[in-house]
Design a protein around this ligand. Structure first.
Ligand SMILES: Cc1cc2nc3c(=O)[nH]c(=O)nc-3n(C[C@H](O)[C@H](O)[C@H](O)COP(=O)(O)O)c2cc1C
Length: 253
């Protein structure tokens, strides 16, 4: 049983690669939360995985919320792994995820880190052309290796956290609080009013203006997962000024 959250597709691809290799079922945390499906039973020897992107050196709230509510009836000899995807480093995020699971009495047997494209567009850029192909090839190889190790139930810690993980994550937390303000988002005249941003927002933080059909952020804060921005067909959504004119991760792969 493999639980995953993915805003822009990178973690989903890893989850589906592992699910295909191991024949375990992949469960989208976003959908489970929407349907309030929190009770699961593991078969004996089943693999149990939790996959998430890293947000500002931490675990996204949506993943936290799900794990806090989930009830897993474990079979005997289950194998638990976590895998986090990131652009630079997970810092303390992996420890946070392990601790959340421990509160449910679930011990983690293996930890995997998958480094690739950084979707935090205010600070980073999405590679294009050959550079994009190179990085995607590397990520595919990395995904296949992780899937193989999960299939073998390897008990390894394959995560390089980055320098001063606890300190760096603690330093990033207040910056994330600022980034999460939805007042950072703005919409250009390129908006066609298609409504995809509102329909797909994992936090249901966007509504459409009844007259202009343009997105309006109705919650003061969101995950800043940037799905709205990356997947907008018209490229009409920006976050602050730093994302202006930058390539979006329209789809992954
Ligand atoms: C709000 C936000 C914060 C992020 N913070 C980090 C970070 O602290 N360290 C890092 O290496 N990558 C960071 N990233 C990059 C993502 O973790 C990475 O691109 C991930 O693979 C995206 O997965 P997804 O496509 O499944 O959503 C951040 C991305 C977003 C949107």
């Amino acid at each position: 049983m493999i639980f995953y959250f993915s805003a822009t597709g990178i973690t989903k691809k890893l989850a589906l690669t592992i699910a295909e290799r191991t024949q375990e079922s992949a469960i989208d945390i976003e959908q489970a939360l929407a349907k309030e499906e929190f009770a699961y039973a593991l078969k004996d020897s089943e693999r149990l995985g939790f996959l998430s992107p890293v947000y500002f050196g931490g675990v996204p709230d949506i993943v936290r919320r799900f794990i806090e509510n989930v009830r897993i009836q474990s079979g005997e000899h289950y194998y638990c792994f976590i895998a986090m995807t990131f652009g630079t480093g997970p810092f303390n995020a992996t420890n946070q995820l392990v601790t959340l699971l421990l509160r449910h009495g679930i011990t983690t047997n293996a930890m995997f880190g998958a480094c690739g494209i950084d979707t935090y567009l205010p600070m980073f850029s999405i590679p294009d052309g050959d550079a994009r192909k190179d990085i995607q090839d590397k990520m595919d190889t990395q995904n296949a290796l992780i899937a193989e190790q999960v299939a073998d139930r390897s008990a390894i810690n394959d995560i390089r956290q980055g320098p001063f993980p606890r300190l760096t994550s603690a330093f990033m937390a207040p910056l994330y609080a600022l980034a999460r303000r939805t007042s950072n988002f703005h919409v250009s005249d390129d908006c066609t009013g298609c409504g995809l941003c509102a329909k797909n927002c994992p936090e249901h933080a966007i509504a459409l203006d009844t007259q202009t059909h343009r997105p309006v952020w109705t919650a003061p804060r969101c995950l800043t997962c940037l799905r709205c921005l990356h997947h907008c067909p018209a490229g009409a959504i920006d976050h602050g000024r730093a994302t202006n004119g930058k390539l979006r991760l329209k789809s992954y792969p």
